[in-house]
Ligand binder design. Structure first.
Ligand code: GAL
Length: 679
């Protein structure tokens, strides 16, 4: 894999926690300032009992640490750090900048974010700050420096945790600060206003600019805002938060160069705002938060997110900074996890490269907006099913220590993810407003999983040349260098699969002319004159009986392009629906509709046979387990995740079980996870 920046340095905080650095860490966000002092001793006792070795602290503590601009209170944090050090528990110490205190927003209301229609967001929740506010930045960096100088040498400190989930609530800010920063960002990107005019196609609707000073963020407008402006605003907003991260990180590095710095990403569901593939190289180690999404196949969505995190981390181990022991509080209806799910969810992240399993949060809050969010110690207290499950997981993780430091072993197939295509394909005034980028990727991932094919996620800027097959659904934005890399991949024997609305535009959201799929037209050997999206209650039938929704296209094939499926019935009866063009020993397959699961499985089965990709799951377990592999100094490990509610016989895998099955019994519990050392 190529690195996105040269600053990557993988430094796992656990190296400070165990002699050989080989440890799957276990812990949580810990918010003791919400509790009387006597509870802290109880917390430490229970943490030790549960094998907790790391906690993230002070995440939302700015108001306690700095009650007024000229007043600081560190006594409680000094005491807490000492307690943790004595107990051998590491502190992932937050910079506490996530939620500005009342004095700051009262004296400086100009730090508050502004929505696209001009509403100023009030304090009272959290993360009410503008990513580009110089006033906020100044106060935040003062706090960061003060914390770094005070705790940099503390024995409990294992890592710095910058802010919290940057962009969770303040990603898109349309304030005057944002407008100024956006203009400078554009000036750096384009150099001249003429270039901006060309890239933004501003001759359309009389949008020409004479000066950068005339440019605004895409605030609520009379009609559709300029799409290239919107795409750049996505880029800019992600970048502005990344720059905030870098600003805090640089202060930390200047004071404590030896302490690793991270921040918690939110690779999950439809969180598209922060281009983590672009951010990751700035962190010393990648950390991610994941909560089960309220979607069908949420277990598999978890795996897909974890695989995506692994790709963002460039295959290196990463840190699961937050997930939940049971119910959350922010979905319309918040159900507890079923038995076995606490352990399976955590271990599924480890299966995809996590070297730490942490929760939000240690002790369930008695008050505040998250009091009904589960925790490691629930309202019911120590004598509870939940805390016992937590202790059990703590013990399980100790048996997995040999896995720590190992890398997720690359698969033969990858689903290609491209953040810019995510942003651009979901813009307004498109052929359909129903297209969602990530579910398209997930559908292919799930079909591969059900076929027993192990797959990776690969980011579009990364090297994908070693994969037998690369599946790039809705690869909408294809700049010339990516076009050339894809052509080279296929020319060198790779098998590319792509779908409708791919290759359509360049990096300026300008259409590649001459027929769709534009940049990929020649590679795929097809030409499409008009998109034919489908109404919500409409579908199309293919000649193998599979069903397409959302999209269809009348395809013209050039000579030599093979038709794998045709449309049956309707306007497109008999026209090509799925095609393949061979190039040397490689090929390029085009899928022109959104296939149902059966259709995806059928075409993927053919592609797997055609490309010679291995099916690693035994036939008897197809669709019932997920398999991942990790390889490192501790050995080669096979993770077998039981996706079902039934016990499964996994004797076919062999190997020595670290957890989940043993020589006497090769039966994997319902929702269980086995980790087998296979060499
Ligand atoms: C995360 C956040 C935590 C907590 C958690 C609840 O977004 O970082 O502070 O709010 O969600 O699920």
């Amino acid at each position: 894999m190529t690195q996105s920046t040269s600053t990557w340095l993988y430094r796992h905080p656990a190296s400070k926690l165990s002699a050989d650095g080989r440890r799957i860490s276990f812990g949580a966000d810990y918010n003791p300032e919400q509790w009387p002092r006597e509870v802290w001793d109880e917390d430490i006792r229970l943490m030790k009992q549960a094998n907790v070795d790391v906690v993230s602290i002070a995440i939302f503590s700015w108001a306690r640490l700095q009650p007024a601009e000229d007043r600081w209170d560190f006594d409680w944090l000094d005491e807490l750090m000492d307690l943790l050090a004595e107990a051998g528990i590491g502190a992932d110490l937050a910079t506490a900048t996530a939620s500005p205190p009342a004095w700051l927003v009262t004296e400086h209301p100009e730090v508050l974010p502004v929505t696209e229609n001009g509403t100023v967001l009030s304090p009272g929740g959290r993360q009410h700050w503008r990513p580009t506010s110089p006033v906020f930045r100044k106060h935040a960096l003062t706090l960061v420096r003060t914390l770094a100088e005070r705790y940099g040498d503390h024995p409990a400190l294992v890592a710095w945790h910058v802010n919290n989930e940057l962009g969770c609530h303040n990603l898109y800010d349309y304030s005057d600060d944002a407008a100024r920063a956006f203009r400078s960002w554009l000036q750096r990107r384009y150099g001249s206003v003429d270039r901006l005019n060309r890239s933004w196609s501003t001759d359309f609707w009389s949008q020409r600019y004479e000066d950068f000073e005339q440019v605004l963020p895409p605030r609520t407008a009379a009609s559709f805002p300029n799409p290239a402006q919107q795409l750049d605003f996505h880029r800019f907003s992600s970048d502005a938060l990344k720059q905030h991260f870098i600003a805090e990180r640089d202060v930390l590095r200047s004071v404590t160069p030896e302490v690793p710095v991270t921040t918690n990403f939110m690779v999950m569901g439809e969180n598209k705002g922060m281009n983590y593939a672009d951010w990751a190289g700035e962190l010393d180690f990648v950390a991610n938060d994941h909560y089960r999404q309220p979607v069908a196949n949420s277990q598999e969505e978890l795996s897909f997110s974890a695989a995506t995190t692994s790709s963002v981390a460039q295959g290196r181990p990463w840190f699961l900074m937050e997930h939940s022991t049971s119910a959350v509080n922010w979905q319309p209806i918040n159900r507890p996890k079923r038995s076995g799910e606490l352990q399976r969810d955590s271990l599924a992240h480890v299966a995809h490269g996590a070297d730490a399993v942490c929760y939000f949060q240690w002790r369930q809050s008695a008050g505040g907006a998250e009091k009904y969010h589960s925790a490691m110690v629930p309202h019911a207290g120590e004598d509870s099913r939940l805390y016992r499950s937590v202790m059990e997981l703590g013990e399980t993780l100790r048996r997995l220590d040999p896995v720590a430091g190992s890398r997720r072993q690359p698969a033969q197939v990858a689903v290609l993810m491209d953040w810019e295509s995510w942003w651009a394909s979901e813009l307004d005034s498109h052929p359909t407003e129903d297209l969602r980028y990530r579910p398209e990727l997930f559908a292919w991932w799930l079909a591969l999983l059900d076929l027993g094919v192990r797959a990776d996620v690969v980011q579009s800027h990364q090297d994908f040349s070693d994969y037998e097959m690369v599946i790039a659904p809705v690869l909408h934005v294809v700049p010339t260098p990516l076009k050339e890399r894809l052509e080279h991949y296929v020319d060198s024997g790779g098998h590319l699969v792509t779908t409708f609305f791919s290759g359509t535009v360049d990096e300026d959201d300008r259409v590649w002319l001459g027929g769709y799929p534009g940049a990929l037209r020649e590679l795929l050997g097809v030409r499409v004159e008009e998109f034919a999206p489908l109404y919500r209650d409409e579908s199309v039938m293919l000649d193998d009986g599979s069903v397409g929704q959302l999209w269809s296209e009348p395809i013209d094939c050039v000579d030599g392009t093979e038709v794998l499926r045709r449309y049956r019935g309707g306007e497109l009866d008999g026209r090509a629906a799925i095609t393949r063009r061979e190039h040397g020993s490689g090929s390029a397959t085009y899928v022109s509709t959104k296939l149902d699961h059966a259709g995806l499985s059928a075409i993927l089965s053919e592609l797997v046979r055609y490309t010679g990709v291995a099916i690693e799951t035994p036939a008897s377990l197809l669709g019932r387990v997920e398999i991942t592999r990790r390889t490192g100094e501790g050995g080669d490990f096979l993770f077998v995740i039981n996706r079902t509610d039934e016990a499964l016989d996994i004797s076919e895998f062999g190997g020595e079980a670290l957890i989940g099955a043993n020589q006497d019994s090769t039966i994997l519990d319902p929702r269980g996870v086995a980790v087998l050392r296979v060499s």
